[in-house]
Design a protein. Structure first.
Lengths: 319, 298
């Protein structure tokens, strides 16, 4: 795409009066500069805060009155067995949740393809509207709903199970260390499936309709059309999103896990982002910063890996 | 063009329609369930007797919960951050996405890369907090707006969308002597409305749903958002119920409909969800239409 743009630039500069104006390349730079400064302030300036990782920092006491401890907090990860175990546990949760997310990332593709097979306009509109609604509510609200449905004493599911005699006593689905990973991925797709499909629906409507008409003339079946026209048409979108999720492997975000966490499931629900929050909240600012730092470094490494894969497979860079 | 419907077709459509029907019910039933419980008699609801239809309909829960001090103000704060924050970030994303399609820009690659990297890289919670503190963005309404102006993912979406626009349109305008601003305003902007609709929804949703920034940055109650209040209520609903109970004129209240932690939790949830349920279907129609029109044109 850069070729026509360069072509255009030559025409553009030829049209403007030479010598009197700023060259286009600097004009464009100056237009983008204010935005770049905002980016720098909010995304890069915070890096200076990494110095907290090298102090025994306690909130409220100024940094210059705080002992400098060098790499002490980094070393505890390897040297303190309890700490090692803790970090390994959190890493295991992170890998499990992100892994499940990537393994199931084909779901919205299928959802979108099947949805385009609904030919009844009003039905399709209703389905699309109602299945995207959960995406629009926060994880706090999702948890509130989960609590309403699955709570131990008067949740709907327990009430029904008891009523129909499957169980005698309510099961505490939410404060429970079993199947937390599966429950989390299930809630994730409950919230995101309809929405995730929209990007693919847009990609499908972008496919040239003449391809389908030509296939109809050739008497192609539904599945052949899906396989040979729709799937190749949305593959680029799928690959980009897949590579993005590899780059974000250690960044699960924390809102979902934060909302669902409790004393009973903490062991299996704590992913890196939530772990940072929890230790920061217990005022261990230094160690929280250490974990953030390591997380960022892994993230950037994974990004370059994903980008390398993209260049190799699609001959195109994602950054 | 009509094709004969084979038995396989019928089976496929039956399964397909049923699947979507079931999934749609799964998505929407929880909201219905919450709603019927908030308007049913509270003693039946607390015992879990309200499953599929309301019983003993009343609206005392809403009346009591709406009396909670600060709820209206918090709704205003949420609305402010959603509207102002979204307008600014959509404008910035559209313009910046356009600028980044210009390969002749000086420093383009450096600026674009440093933007994309932020999708994967963040300094972390504590460094972020101390920066916000340093900038004076604690207990400050601007804290909801300024950091969200630059939304890297949205900028990438816009850039990709513009790259798919036939360059001939821009080219002829440039030959006529139109500058970058002019081309952006009169050619690019009308063409990219479908993607702008998409990112409008992205940002409005994330603004409305944010609560962790409030938790960290705001100590003064006047900066609280609806989501943050809800989160507090979810965690303190028993004390809240006591508060409401003490505020009620006990003699006038029907004993069946005394506020319980459950009723308060459900009612507040419903109040935070309702605006979305009411506004979204209308919003969504234009949004989907926008995507379709964009696709037909493309």
């Amino acid at each position: 795409m850069s070729v026509p743009a360069t072509h255009l630039a030559k025409h553009g500069s030829a049209a403007s009066k030479p010598g009197r104006r700023l060259p286009n390349k600097y004009k464009l730079f100056l237009m983008a500069l204010p935005f770049f400064i905002i980016t720098f302030i909010f995304y890069y300036l915070p890096i200076y805060g990494w110095i907290y990782a090298f102090f025994d920092y306690i909130p409220g006491i100024p940094l210059d009155k705080t002992p400098f401890v060098g790499f002490k907090w980094f070393r505890t990860i390897a040297e303190n067995p309890t700490q090692t175990q803790e970090v390994l546990r959190v890493m295991k949760n992170t890998v499990a949740m992100s892994g499940l997310g990537i393994v199931t990332s084909f779901l919205p593709v299928i959802f979108a393809i099947l949805m385009t097979e609904i030919k009844t306009g009003w039905y399709r509109r209703i389905v699309q509207t109602l299945t995207t609604i959960p995406n629009f509510i926060s994880w706090i609200l999702v948890y509130s709903i989960a609590f309403t449905l699955f709570s131990v004493d008067n949740g709907l599911v327990n009430t029904l199970l008891i009523k129909f005699g499957f169980i005698d006593e309510g099961i505490n689905f939410l404060a429970n260390n079993n199947n937390v990973w599966l429950a989390m991925i299930a809630w994730y797709w409950w919230k995101s499936l309809g929405w995730g499909a929209i990007l693919y629906l847009a990609a499908i409507t972008g496919i040239d309709q003449e391809l389908y008409e030509a296939a109809d003339v050739d008497g192609a079946s539904r599945f052949r059309k899906i396989w040979h026209i729709t799937v190749p048409g949305i593959m680029p979108t799928f690959f980009v999103l897949l590579l993005l999720s590899i780059g974000n492997f250690v960044n699960n975000g924390m809102e979902q896990y934060f909302a669902f966490q409790n004393a009973m499931n903490k062991d299996t629900i704590e992913v890196l982002d939530l772990y940072v929050y929890n230790i920061a909240f217990s005022n261990n600012f230094a160690f929280a910063t250490v974990v953030s730092m390591l997380k960022s470094i892994i993230s950037v490494f994974l990004l370059f890996l994903a980008n390398g894969m993209s260049k190799w497979i699609r001959k195109e860079s994602i950054i | 063009m009509k094709r004969k419907r084979s038995a396989g077709d019928v089976l496929f459509h039956t399964l397909n329609y049923s699947f979507f029907g079931l999934f749609t019910i799964t998505c929407i039933f929880p909201f219905y369930y919450l709603f019927i419980n908030t308007i049913s008699s509270n003693d039946l609801s607390t015992m879990g007797y309200i499953t599929f239809y309301p019983r003993g309909i009343h609206f005392d829960n809403y009346v009591s919960v709406l009396k909670i001090k600060g709820l209206g103000h918090a709704a205003g704060v949420s609305l402010y951050r959603t509207v102002v924050g979204t307008l600014l970030t959509v404008g910035a994303s559209a313009f910046l996405g356009y600028l980044f399609t210009k390969s002749e820009m000086w420093g383009r690659q450096f600026m674009y890369r440093s933007l994309v990297v932020t999708l994967y890289f963040s300094a972390g919670l504590i460094p972020w907090y101390s920066t916000m503190h340093l900038l004076g963005l604690t207990n400050n309404y601007l804290a909801y707006i300024l950091p969200t102006i630059i939304a890297p993912f949205n900028i990438i979406l816009v850039k990709t969308f513009i790259e798919a626009v036939p360059p001939s349109l821009e080219e002829s305008a440039a030959l006529d002597g139109a500058g970058y601003m002019r081309i952006f305003r009169s050619i690019i902007f009308p063409l990219i409305t479908p993607i702008l609709a998409t990112i409008t929804i992205f940002s409005a949703v994330s603004q409305w749903n944010s609560f962790i920034d409030t938790a960290w940055l705001m100590t003064d109650k006047k900066y609280y958002t609806l989501q943050y209040l809800l989160w507090r209520y979810l965690n303190e609903s028993s004390s809240l119920a006591a508060l409401i109970k003490s505020a009620q004129n006990l003699g006038a209240v029907n004993m069946q409909n005394m506020q319980t932690p459950t009723s308060v939790r459900m009612t507040v949830t419903m109040i935070v969800v309702l605006p979305i349920l009411l506004v979204y279907p209308f919003f969504q129609r234009y949004f989907v239409k926008g995507i379709m029109i964009g696709a037909v044109k493309g």
